[in-house]
Design a protein around this ligand. Structure first.
Ligand code: PMP
Length: 392
């Protein structure tokens, strides 16, 4: 029988709630109508609660996570500024490319091997020796599924003049992350990950320290569309209930974000962090039982939003993922230097225990078809045990 639906278990785009999808089809309003102003305003206010910031100022712009990365850099840094980039993988490398494009003076700290983590002491040493305009960190590098010690590094950066820029694209609204408490100055994500909205929106918050740095700039921002000086009056106007225009917002996408933020806050951030943590742990328990190795070298580093898994010997990427599709589950391949060596499962946003259980069943089945020895049901049992323990 032809399957009518598949589970999209990749690390973004993720599966969206049906109400979120339905909201996209509502009639498009004028972007300066009072009804739309109300929706935008509630969305901005709600997002501050998702980012766990009171002082930070929120911007929503049409674009993807890469636009948000570039927006963070281009607004805070000027030609020749020193920037310290902390890299756990593919998206840390992307930060380096962006900064070099803007002729910043880049110091780059990367892990020796993908799967390892950045150590706060290394950052401390570096910051003691040199002044930086900004320190960048990828919270969860989607290529390695390693979660960086954002809180600890935030404690170090806060005592310097540098601002702390955190890429939350694969983390925000899933992985525990607290903008104010962890001293993050620029935090951003994109709609298609743990926020649970289709791709199309860049969501970015600037702290007062970051906004002051913007105010003190000597050179104009090298991009027109990304200049927060042009966006800020618009975001302020929406918050104050006034119409304003700079560039047309993606009206229907804002409906979807509005609906999703409402659902996220209904669940509550602490509950949401907990759900992600337990689902990820249950998945790792299943992987251990199946004797599969994850990319993070220590379980302490493992993210709650995505897991990268090495293929066992003899199992090829193409055959495995083809079997997964036949089992109704789509997972992702590896990125960069892990391409062909690993597969990645995204478990963020609307993900439920039943989704991960169906994924584990499909993994067991596909591995068997690829000739890898598995006791059918053993991974499922390990995950179920954890869910039972946590009563979810
Ligand atoms: N940073 C991280 C951590 C990501 O996972 C991604 C996307 N996978 C990006 C940045 C770039 O986002 P986008 O593909 O939406 O441009």
């Amino acid at each position: 029988m032809k399957r009518g639906r598949t589970l999209l278990m990749i690390p973004g785009p993720t599966m969206c709630d049906s109400e979120v999808l339905r909201s996209l089809s509502k009639p498009t309003l004028s972007h300066v109508s009072s009804k739309f102003i109300e929706i935008f305003s509630e969305t901005l206010k709600g997002l501050k609660k998702v980012f766990l910031t009171e002082k930070g100022e929120m911007f929503i712009v049409a674009g993807s996570g890469t636009l948000a990365m570039e927006m963070a850099i281009v607004n805070t840094c000027e030609t020749g500024d020193n920037v310290l980039i902390l890299s756990n993988g593919y998206f840390g490398e992307r930060f380096k490319e962006i900064c070099e494009r803007y002729q910043l003076n880049v110091d780059y700290i990367e892990v020796k091997q993908w799967g390892e983590n950045i150590h706060p002491e290394t950052v401390k040493e570096k910051l003691e020796k040199k002044d930086y305009k900004a320190v960048t960190l990828t919270h969860v590098d989607t290529s390695t599924s390693v979660s960086a010690p954002v809180k600890e590094i935030g404690e170090i950066v806060k005592d310097t003049d540098a601002i702390f820029i955190v890429d939350g694209v694969c983390a925000t609204a899933g992985e525990e992350e607290r903008m104010d408490e962890w001293h993050i100055d620029v935090l951003f994500t994109a709609s298609q990950k743990a926020i649970g909205v289709p791709p199309g929106l860049a969501i970015i918050a600037f702290s007062q320290k970051a906004l002051e740095i913007y105010q003190k700039r000597k050179e104009p921002v090298k991009s027109y569309f990304m200049d927060i000086g042009l966006w800020k009056p618009i975001m302020d106007a929406y918050l104050e209930g006034r119409p304003a225009y700079f560039a047309t917002p993606p009206v229907n996408m804002i409906y979807a974000l509005h609906e999703s933020v409402k659902q996220i806050l209904k669940e509550g951030m602490e509950e949401r962090f907990k759900r992600h943590k337990i689902i990820a742990k249950a998945f790792r328990e299943a992987l251990k039982t199946l004797e599969l190795k994850i990319v993070p070298v220590s379980e302490e580093y493992a993210a709650s939003t995505v897991t990268g898994i090495y293929y066992p010997q003899g199992v090829t990427d193409e055959e495995f993922r083809k079997n997964m599709v036949e089992n109704g589950v789509i997972v992702a391949g590896g990125l960069g230097k892990l391409k062909g060596k690993i597969f990645r499962v995204g478990h963020m946003g609307t993900v439920q225990p039943s989704d991960i259980l169906a994924t584990i069943a499909a993994i067991e089945n596909s591995l068997i078809k690829c000739g890898y020895k598995v006791e059918p049901g053993s991974g499922l049992e390990a995950a179920q045990e954890l869910f039972t323990k946590h009563r979810i």
